[in-house]
Ligand binder design. Structure first.
Ligand code: NIG
Ligand code: FE
Length: 418
């Protein structure tokens, strides 16, 4: 089946070489004005200027006339906690009353609150609620997603979460990667016995996860009051024995050495990065992996935004993701992530598109499949409404300027995952 998009006002992100972009290269967003794009069996087949449209193509294709509209690669959201039970708006109200994230966490709220709810929720219910969220996100333009465990915090509940993610992989029409985040918080029962929980992760959880192929990556929340740099190092090394590369939560609230540990352990990405000193920015500048910024978590927790411009100036491979989770970013809308990255972090629109597409694809190991308009990649595309220019997408934040999202070349307006 051949589909052809014609008269595209701007086709963005079309490139045959699609490397990870760092520093000034993040500005390089290839665009073709008045373009065509053809899709065969869900894959990108060819593209170019309308003037160069081969005449025989039109005869055999379904034509979608895109006059006035733009096409860009679908968003790649490389950091989410999409599987969770219930919600935490009562903590949201507590924060409005002046309590801090750390205070709420230390009084049994936060991650432990979500863990208590998850324990009581069945695999089927978790699956249904996550699929419902995912369906909404696909319609908002997300064309690939990473999902973490980490609200289980016991062998049984972590495995339950990871099995839910495995089912999502089978059902979802988009690429999904699973990250094991057993080291998200020390559970109540191990408050005084951290060593016991580390051993449970390493000796009980990991062997089963590897045996059942339940995870693609390993993660830890390296933070004061959570997992130390030494704990994180042990987790990374244990994951490496099963071939799991790290994607780590580092420097959200404090600098505790997570960046050095991540670099030493060959992390795919280092994520959050709200709190960085000069040396850490320089380290990320030469770090081979992705520096993933989660600006909606900073927005929601009213924290200083990540220093995107300094990181780009240092040469970092800045990547953007939503961090969708019930505590610090209860939204996975990548259009909003993109808008506040411009508005609050002063990233340029072209940088934001690259950081949310091709760099996101590298941050979850799906760069051969998605993240750019490249022949042979999946036709996971955002077709905008009629707009004057790409910056208009972020300038008019909060407006839904998506006309249609195509996944494997198919419209998703009526797609249902349930
Ligand atoms: O990425 N910071 C650690 N983990 C999540 C928040 C978890 C929660 O509050 O439920 C995050 O922001
Ligand atoms: Fe997170």
């Amino acid at each position: 089946m051949k589909k052809i998009f014609t008269h595209i006002k701007i086709l963005a992100g079309a490139r045959e070489e699609a490397p990870l972009l760092r520093g000034n290269d993040l500005q390089k967003l290839p665009v073709i004005e008045n373009a065509f794009l053809s899709v065969v069996d869900g894959m990108i087949d060819s593209y170019g200027k309308m003037n160069d449209l081969p005449s025989d193509i039109q005869k055999v294709s379904v034509e979608i006339n895109c006059t006035g509209k733009c096409i860009l690669p679908a968003w790649v959201d490389s950091h989410t906690h999409l599987v969770y039970a219930g919600s935490r708006e009562e903590e949201f109200v507590m924060k409005l009353q002046g309590r801090s994230y750390a205070e709420i966490a230390s009084s049994g709220g936060g991650i432990l609150n979500s863990a208590r709810r998850l324990e009581k929720t069945s695999e089927e219910e978790l699956l249904q609620s996550a699929l419902k969220r995912l369906e909404g996100l696909i319609k908002l333009g997300t064309g690939a997603i990473e999902i973490k465990s980490g609200y289980g915090l016991s062998t049984a509940a972590e495995l339950k979460m990871l099995r839910v993610i495995k089912k999502i992989k089978e059902i979802a029409p988009i690429p999904v990667k699973a990250t094991f985040l057993g080291a998200h918080s020390y559970p109540e029962a191990y408050k005084e016995n951290h060593e016991g929980y580390l051993q449970e992760i390493i000796e009980e959880m990991l062997p089963v996860i590897a045996e059942e192929k339940l995870a693609d990556y390993i993660d830890a929340f390296c933070e004061q009051g959570f997992f130390s740099a030494a704990d994180t190092d042990r987790i990374c090394k244990a994951g490496a024995r099963y071939g799991l590369q790290p994607k780590l939560h580092v420097n959200q609230l404090h600098s505790v050495g997570g960046i050095e540990i991540g670099i030493e352990n060959n992390a795919v990405s280092l994520d959050h990065l709200e709190t960085l000193n000069e040396e850490e920015i320089a380290l990320l500048g030469s770090f081979a992996g992705c520096s993933t910024l989660l600006p909606t978590a900073a927005f929601f927790l009213r924290m200083p935004y990540q220093p995107a411009r300094q990181l780009i100036d240092a040469g970092a491979a800045v990547t953007l993701a939503s961090d969708h989770n019930p505590g610090s970013s209860p939204s996975g809308n990548m259009n909003f992530v993109a808008a506040i990255s411009c508005i609050q972090m002063k990233m340029m629109p072209d940088e934001v598109i690259n950081a949310s597409t091709i760099n996101g694809a590298y941050a979850m190991g799906v760069q051969e499949q998605v993240g750019s308009i490249t022949k042979g990649k999946k036709a996971n595309l955002i077709l905008t409404k009629e707009i004057n220019s790409l910056p208009f997408l972020f300038y008019s934040f909060g407006s839904n300027l998506i006309d249609e999202v195509y996944i494997n070349g198919e419209e998703t307006k009526n797609v249902s995952l349930l």
